[in-house]
Design a protein around this ligand. Structure first.
Ligand code: F6P
Length: 538
């Protein structure tokens, strides 16, 4: 079925015309014109409150954006995703991360299989394993209790568990130590295992494909480290478990598939941490809290599936983001959580958003004529205020911001939380309204848009809802652009070229290099240094 490229639709053209009317209007005027805007442009769902009033939009903007969403059949596409249709067309796969958080009594038959039963069977196995490690019944090869749990994975098999472990550390078993190894840089491995006792260390090798260079390299180093210290290959059975969709490769690596936790090809890597990829997190916070987190995901899924577009948080955020991305020419979005536990939240969102919507062709293989996915970045406030906010306040770029805050702190220390929250609110106010001054260098022009997202407390449930909010925001935007948000062919080329260069770096004989002159020179320089290091015995 052929569809019109988005920029040719009348709804897009109407937005272009509307942008010409609105592009120079200041938020000060918008607030002056409708003093109740702060309450009117707000919505709530799944425990998340969204104030989107400090955006450069009017009722008309929203009307036009919702019309665009409807013209792009957003609701239909959303329902197709939830129903398990193969909307990931380039890989001919269903996209069903939402099934990972369906309650036990639900049912969803996809390609002839009730996936909910499979999901809960794995969750139950994960729970039994997590309980065994937490209680000390799962011991290492020498009979010692496991004290260290290290997840080895990269991309979606690392960022989710690592981000969520940080985010939910408050709920974790503090007698256990958790580590995350992702980079093929040996420093990551060396520094993470430094000082740990192999007899007390459990590795969770997480890889959807079990074919990723970084993860397999780190997994082999981990195995050498354990076997070398404990003196027996048999130690592998008690110190390694795997999370993957590929049982054959897990077996080939030497992990008994009895110690493998499965997931499915309908879970994209960057959408996978509510699956068995979250095993390290489940060991940290326990099965009950993990299930609470899944309930939070599910609550936001249901909100996205059932709320009218006009009150639908991911839809509103997706449309407003697209308004800046495509009509104002904003290149980036800053995500600024005012909570130290969310230290890695924007790094997580980077993969979620940029790997999903960083696409240049539409679902019919045509070059997209509009801007697609934004650059996502950020770090927790208030730290960022003393680093990069200056550019947002007085630089020349338009940078829409998402501020995320919590009404209650998990660590009441003096009046820190009041100060933190006052800063969050003050930043959104300063960005929107700015300040006039005599001296030009003091002028803060304002009119920098932001969303404010508020939740009660950072609980497992809240984190699930927040992540699902962004997942569906990304889906909303991808659907409007008409791209496939669920493949990632762009990362393949670099992987293939690395495979070609590895033997060229390692060959004893000078290899015949046939790259461009820059790459050839870099390889020669590295080889020379490698030879010097060897000669010096390093
Ligand atoms: O290279 C990108 C990627 O394929 C991501 O999409 C994925 O999350 C990551 O690599 C890791 O893949 P795997 O889980 O198969 O090791």
């Amino acid at each position: 079925m052929s569809f019109t490229p988005v920029h040719e639709t009348p709804e897009w053209k109407a937005l272009e015309a509307h942008h010409r009317e609105l592009r120079d209007v200041h938020l000060r005027d918008l607030f002056a014109q409708s003093p109740d805007r702060g309450e009117r442009f707000a919505a709530e769902g799944a425990g998340v409150y969204l104030d989107y009033s400090k955006n450069r939009i009017t009722e008309k903007t929203l009307e036009l954006l919702f019309a665009l969403a409807r013209a792009r059949r957003l609701e239909e596409r959303r329902d197709a995703m939830f129903a398990g249709e193969h909307i990931n067309v380039t890989e001919d796969r269903a996209v069903l991360h939402t099934a990972l958080r369906l309650p036990r009594d639900a049912s969803l038959v996809v390609d002839g299989v009730d996936v909910v039963k499979e999901v809960h069977a794995v969750l139950d196995r994960m729970a039994a394993f997590a309980d065994a490690v937490r209680s000390g019944t799962w011991t290492g090869h020498t009979g010692k209790r496991i004290r260290n749990v290290i997840n080895v994975g990269i991309g979606g098999s690392d960022l989710g568990p690592a981000m969520a472990y940080d985010a939910l550390r408050h709920y974790s078993d503090r007698s256990l130590h958790f580590g995350f190894i992702s980079n093929v840089d040996g420093t990551d491995f060396a520094e993470t295992v430094r000082g740990l006792d192999p007899a007390e260390t459990l590795f969770i090798i997480s890889s959807k494909t079990f074919g990723t260079l970084e993860t397999l390299t780190n997994a082999h180093s981990a195995r050498d480290w354990v076997v070398g210290a404990l003196g027996s290959e048999e130690a592998v059975a008690k110190h390694f478990v795997a999370v993957s969709t590929n049982a054959e490769r897990v077996r080939a690596f030497g992990i008994d598939t009895a110690n493998m936790f499965e997931f499915w090809d309908w879970v994209g890597g960057r959408y996978s941490y509510p699956s068995a990829i979250g095993l390290s997190l489940m060991v940290a916070i326990g099965p009950e809290q993990f299930r609470d987190m899944l309930a939070g995901f599910h609550a936001m899924d249901e909100h996205f599936r059932t709320a009218p577009l006009e009150r639908n948080l991911p839809v509103i955020m997706g449309l407003i983001g697209l308004w800046y991305n495509d009509f104002f020419g904003a290149e980036t979005v800053a995500v600024l959580p005012y909570d130290q536990y969310l230290d890695r939240f924007s790094a997580y969102l980077q993969q979620l958003d940029m790997e999903s919507d960083g696409k240049h062709v539409d679902l019919e293989g045509r070059q997209v004529q509009v801007q697609t996915g934004p650059i996502v970045w950020g770090q927790p406030g208030t730290n960022g205020q003393h680093a990069f906010y200056q550019l947002i306040h007085q630089g020349t770029k338009l940078i829409p911001c998402d501020f995320i805050g919590f009404l209650q702190t998990l660590n009441p220390v003096g009046d820190h939380h009041d100060l933190l929250t006052a800063n969050l609110f003050a930043q959104t106010e300063a960005l929107a309204f700015g300040r006039d001054a005599q001296e030009p260098y003091r002028v803060t022009k304002g009119n920098q848009p932001s969303n404010t997202i508020l939740c009660e407390r950072l609980e497992p449930r809240t984190l699930g809802a927040l992540v699902a909010l962004y997942e569906h925001k990304v889906f909303t935007q991808g659907t409007i652009w008409g791209i496939n948000s669920f493949d990632q062919w762009g990362v393949e080329l670099g992987k293939e070229l690395a495979q070609r260069i590895i033997p060229e770096l390692q060959a004893e004989e000078e290899p015949q290099l046939a790259h461009d002159s820059s790459t050839n020179a870099l390889i020669r320089r590295y080889r020379a240094a490698r030879a010097r290091a060897r000669a010096a015995g390093r």
